[in-house]
Write a protein that binds this ligand. Structure first.
Ligand code: 0L1
Ligand code: MG
Length: 261
């Protein structure tokens, strides 16, 4: 049976309360039954609407579950999409664990759109041509579900675990950059955790951006000039605790670091 409007609103409320109270909840599959992927996005839309009503601002979008490593871990082979808000973006390179449930951090390539980008049928080349700036970035994900255990519709409903995000201070012009071959060294407390290249993101972050634009088009929306996009993690996310410092050192883009307090 499809989700009724009341059920959809109750699930959105349930997840927003978990976020506000920093309390993990069992996956929706356990508490509310199996949702379809489309119902997951309907709950996400409701969460976006409620955050905007409460005074937050939509500043862009993100992709999740982009790397083969993450997809294998989840047993799914498609990315997911979520919204970025003004409240997501950290003004300084510091994240407060007291505001979150069980944060993890992952390195990403972020882009700023120079032009609107509207699907359907956006190609990676067209997507890249609409990008003005590229930035090194770290995303702090914080699933509202116990132990980060969820189904694909569950994680979509939970705005794809979006919590906090930070970018480097120096944007690099997109023109001439090959995002697939941009390398990253992911470092925690001075030790290298892992290394990767942009190609870990669906083969090329430009592919990710095109898929995001086409996804938004199916939902009657588009990417707008000035919006920020986190194109997806290049590696698995690292667990963090107060006292940790994580850093992503990118070739051609510079570095971004985050202190965990
Ligand atoms: O940004 C991401 O890749 C997160 C997507 C949701 C899955 C997770 O929480 O690991
Ligand atoms: Mg991410």
């Amino acid at each position: 049976m499809p989700l009724s409007r009341d059920e959809l609103e109750a699930i959105a409320e349930h997840l927003l309360t978990a976020e506000a109270e920093r309390r993990e909840v069992p996956s929706l599959a356990k508490t509310h039954g199996e949702l379809t992927l489309d119902e997951g996005y309907q709950v996400q839309d409701e969460i976006i609407a409620r955050k905007l009503e409460a005074g937050d601002r939509l500043i862009g979008w993100k992709l999740g579950l982009t790397s083969r490593e993450k997809q294998k871990a989840m047993g799914v082979f498609e990315p997911v999409y979520g919204a970025l808000f003004a409240s997501t973006l950290l003004p300084e390179c510091e994240v407060k664990t007291g505001e979150l449930i069980h944060p993890r951090v992952e390195p990403e390539i972020a882009v700023v759109m120079g032009e609107d980008l509207e699907g359907p049928d956006v190609t990676p080349a067209r997507a890249l041509a609409a990008v003005r700036w590229v930035l090194p970035a770290l995303e702090v994900i914080d699933s509202r579900y116990q132990d980060f255990k969820f189904t694909l519709p569950d994680v979509v409903a939970d705005n794809t675990s979006t919590a906090r995000a930070v970018t480097g201070a120096r944007p690099v012009p997109a023109e001439g950059l090959d995002l697939a071959t941009v390398g990253v060294v992911f470092v925690k407390n001075g030790e290298i955790i892992t290394t990767a290249a942009g190609a870990a993101v669906l083969g090329d972050p430009a592919i990710a951006l095109a898929r995001l634009a086409n996804h938004l088009s199916r939902r009657g929306q588009k990417l707008k000039a000035g919006q920020l996009v986190f194109t997806g993690a290049l590696t698995a996310a690292a667990f963090v605790a107060p006292g940790d410092v994580v850093e992503a050192r990118f070739a051609s883009l510079g570095s971004v670091s985050l202190r965990v307090v």
